[in-house]
Design a protein around this ligand. Structure first.
Ligand SMILES: NC(=O)c1ccc[n+]([C@@H]2O[C@H](COP(=O)([O-])OP(=O)(O)OC[C@H]3O[C@@H](n4cnc5c(N)ncnc54)[C@H](OP(=O)(O)O)[C@@H]3O)[C@@H](O)[C@H]2O)c1
Length: 358
């Protein structure tokens, strides 16, 4: 189905395996890759795909592994440790690059290569998973309906089970604290403050501002200078957040402690099982407003977050291989606000009156 050979790096990870399985389901034959033969081989056996072993720091080995490849799907996170090496290789050999990061420094780094990507005629697209495809597409959808919008709010609910890599990535991000975007700049924002009630298709939830990839990507996609990203959170736990985060920030400031905790996470955390992936739903809300108070709200009802990531990620690969966009782009910049509607099981609503059961 694809018009060339693509490669999944980190294919033995929780999400990498889901992406490989979804790719096979849609008739693709991506090459599987990772740094450990022992871990990659069983995934290749199960999926019937070929594999290659490549360490990101071995230039010659990486070059050999990438020979004949025209797109990399990087599923090896935390991406702060893997994306630069793979982007540099993509720029050197003229290969399209994608990943499923949610890390703001990684998005910023990817965007910094925009000119080089355009010169090479390749695309660099970070965030082709739950973070940030649905929020990015919905941000673009509401922004397009409020010309001159100055404020954007994006909220989600439904991240109830998380994978080992997501938890390891959170350990990396906690010392950075909370953020919002104000007047075009990212500014610190204390976690636990600013709780509000948000109506989602699944019901009303309490949500608090958190650090989310759209603080960077939605700014590129919409140009709106004030952005807040929120996540639903159990109200009873919100008062304890500031103290809890302060303790974690102190503990995780040490790279040695972060590594120790991540090793434990790798052994103990399994991620959502098949039943949770097949039955879970996640909901997104977006609101854009201009200085006069004109506003547009919209909602998405999407499959469970990891299920969504695998399906939407493979769809994004197909789009890139057929449309050949170039430069460092967000999903909505490359494919438009309606891209998310092409993912199986996604519904968009313009008013609460159209939610199911109303
Ligand atoms: N955007 C989204 O919505 C979304 C959705 C799902 C996941 N994610 C992100 O995707 C990442 C992976 O999550 P996961 O749960 O699948 O993780 P995981 O199960 O821990 O797997 C991580 C994979 O990355 C590889 N890896 C990690 N660091 C590496 C390095 N320095 N060099 C080479 N390979 C490296 C691991 O290789 P080894 O096994 O050899 O260590 C493994 O293959 C996380 O950052 C997570 O936050 C994002």
């Amino acid at each position: 189905m694809s018009d060339g050979t693509w490669l999944i790096y980190g294919a033995n990870g929780y999400t990498g395996k889901l992406v490989a399985e979804e790719a096979v389901r849609r008739g693709h034959r991506p090459l599987l890759a990772g740094r450990s033969a022992e871990k990659i081989k069983p995934v290749a056996g199960r999926t019937g795909l070929d594999y290659v072993v490549a360490d990101l720091y071995n230039h010659d080995g990486l070059k050999k592994a990438l020979s004949g490849i025209n797109l990399i799907f990087n599923a090896a996170g935390p991406f702060i440790h893997t994306s630069t090496q793979l982007i540099e290789a993509c720029l050197e050999y003229g290969i399209n690059y994608t990943d499923i990061t949610g890390e703001i420094p990684v998005f910023q780094n990817t965007f910094s290569f925009d000119n080089r990507a355009k010169k090479q005629g390749i695309v660099l697209m970070s965030g082709i998973g739950f973070d940030v495809i649905p929020t990015d597409c919905l941000a673009r959808y509401v922004a397009d309906r409020v010309p001159g919008a100055v404020e954007l709010e994006l909220a989600f609910t439904g991240l109830s089970h998380i994978s080992p890599g997501t938890m390891k990535t959170m350990v990396e991000m906690i010392p950075g604290g909370g953020l919002v975007r104000r007047n075009g700049k990212l500014v610190p924002y204390p976690l636990g403050r600013g709780a509000k009630q948000i109506l989602f298709p699944g019901g009303t939830r309490t949500a608090i501002p958190i650090l989310w990839g759209d603080l960077e990507t939605a700014y590129h996609s919409t140009g709106i200078p004030n952005i807040t990203t929120l996540m639903s959170y159990p109200p009873a736990m919100i008062p304890f957040l500031p103290a809890g985060i302060a303790v974690l920030k102190t503990a995780f400031a040490s790279a040695a402690i972060r590594r120790m905790v991540q090793t434990f996470i790798g052994m103990a955390v399994k991620g959502p099982d098949e039943h949770a992936r097949e039955t879970g739903r996640s909901y997104i809300w977006a609101r854009a407003a201009d200085a006069q108070g004109n506003e547009k709200q919209a909602w998405l009802d999407i499959p469970e977050t990891y299920q969504f990531t695998a399906v939407a990620g493979v769809l994004a690969v197909e789009k890139i291989l057929s449309l050949h966009p170039t430069g460092a782009l967000t999903p909505s910049m490359a494919f438009g606000a309606d891209f998310v509607l092409g993912v199986d099981g996604v519904r968009r609503y313009d008013t609460p009156g159209s939610f199911p059961g109303r």
